[in-house]
Design a protein around this ligand. Structure first.
Ligand SMILES: NC(=O)c1ccc[n+]([C@@H]2O[C@H](COP(=O)([O-])OP(=O)(O)OC[C@H]3O[C@@H](n4cnc5c(N)ncnc54)[C@H](O)[C@@H]3O)[C@@H](O)[C@H]2O)c1
Length: 335
């Protein structure tokens, strides 16, 4: 049993704590949150220790590894502290909103043999992973084009948007990672457009965008097209499509059930899409814990690394620069 403590038990940390507690090869070693009521509630509900500080977690001989699910601004500091304490890490995305801070963290932890895994959960979605396999095993031939549609069901609260770091670093970051995962080759050029259509006033206030399209190109000319919206009134829209020389692979949306109704009035009426990420990617979040346990127990490189987190942020910075400057940006300009 790998004993994992969770730092930060807000919206996503409490779900991770429950997944660890439920995992057959992991145990929840305890929780810590600077907001004491949250930690108290989770520790009492799951019957695990409520640590009094990060230092207490890291000093504990009963903690084998940590899952960092605190606010983004704390991730790099906590990674550095956990590495210094010799604890393997599963850290939520993004590592930080600043590439300079991520690079400084990379320098500080360089050479550590500890597994450090990034929480790009969508790689563990069975449908999205099957698209990657259809490329790897040659089923759809040589990959030419990837299309990723990722739309939230509704605009996040203004308080969240204001500190999110902008759509590219907060939301598209998942799709940048998915694009790299499916492409299997680094992106060299980024072209993006951004619009303020869902909440123009809030977006103008935050100098952000709520509707974006990004085109990524690799050195060999493979393309990935990402489209994001902060609001799709019909639900959480998550699709990945890959076109190859011998066919196409599509990972489609998930629904509450697969009933399709047809009458005189309509054809193929279907159940709504699954609500949001905690429901849509529930299996993937559980599988992510399993992959982390495997990496630590078997001493192997995690399937999503710190460098994957850094590369996704490079693409986010390149996309933002592309929108601002109205031109194609080479990733070498921001890396
Ligand atoms: N993988 C995904 O799909 C996904 C989805 C949502 C959020 N996230 C990421 O997870 C992280 C948390 O997001 P959230 O929505 O749960 O936020 P949240 O605000 O609901 O929870 C964050 C918690 O961390 C606590 N905290 C802050 N600093 C701390 C510290 N130094 N030590 C201990 N606790 C601390 C806060 O008190 C809060 O309870 C963010 O980095 C976010 O980007 C990832």
């Amino acid at each position: 049993m790998l004993r994992i403590a969770v730092l930060g038990v807000g919206r996503i940390g409490r779900m991770h704590a429950e997944n660890i507690a439920a995992h057959p090869r992991a145990a929840l070693a305890g929780v810590f949150d600077t907001y004491a009521p949250a930690a108290k509630e989770v520790s009492e509900k799951l019957g695990v220790p409520n640590f009094e500080s990060v230092d207490a977690v890291l000093a504990s001989g009963d903690v084998d590894a940590v899952l960092i699910a605190t606010s983004t601004a704390t991730h790099a500091d906590l990674i550095e502290k956990a590495v210094a304490a010799g604890k393997p890490i599963l850290c939520e995305k993004p590592i930080d909103l600043s590439l300079a801070r991520v690079n400084a963290c990379a320098t500080k932890i360089a050479g550590t043999p500890l597994p450090i895994m990034l929480g790009f959960v969508r790689r563990f979605d069975t449908g999205h992973a099957a698209v990657r396999r259809a490329i790897e095993d040659g089923t759809i031939g040589d990959l030419h084009q990837v299309v990723i549609t990722s739309r939230d069901p509704g605009m996040a609260p203004a308080a969240y948007i204001e500190v999110s770091g902008g759509i590219f670093r907060d939301m598209t970051i998942h799709d940048f990672d998915m694009a790299r995962f499916i492409l299997g080759e680094e992106v060299t050029e980024v072209s993006a457009t951004g619009s303020r259509l869902v909440d123009p006033a809030l977006m103008a206030k935050c100098d952000d965008y709520d509707t974006v399209t990004v085109v990524l190109t690799t050195a060999s000319g493979k393309q990935a097209i990402i489209n994001n919206s902060r609001r799709a009134v019909y639900g959480y829209d998550q699709r990945v499509e890959a076109l190859g020389s011998a066919g196409m692979a599509v990972s489609d949306n998930r629904r509450l059930n697969h009933l399709r109704l047809s009458t005189e009035a309509f054809t193929d009426q279907a159940a709504p899409l699954m609500n949001f990420f905690i429901d849509r990617y529930a299996d993937a979040f559980a599988a992510e814990i399993g992959a982390f346990v495997d990496a630590v127990e078997q001493g192997k490189t995690p399937p999503v690394t710190f460098e994957d987190g850094r590369q996704a942020l490079i693409l986010a910075d390149a996309a933002l620069r592309s929108v601002r400057e109205g031109r194609v940006v080479k990733t070498s300009e921001v890396a």
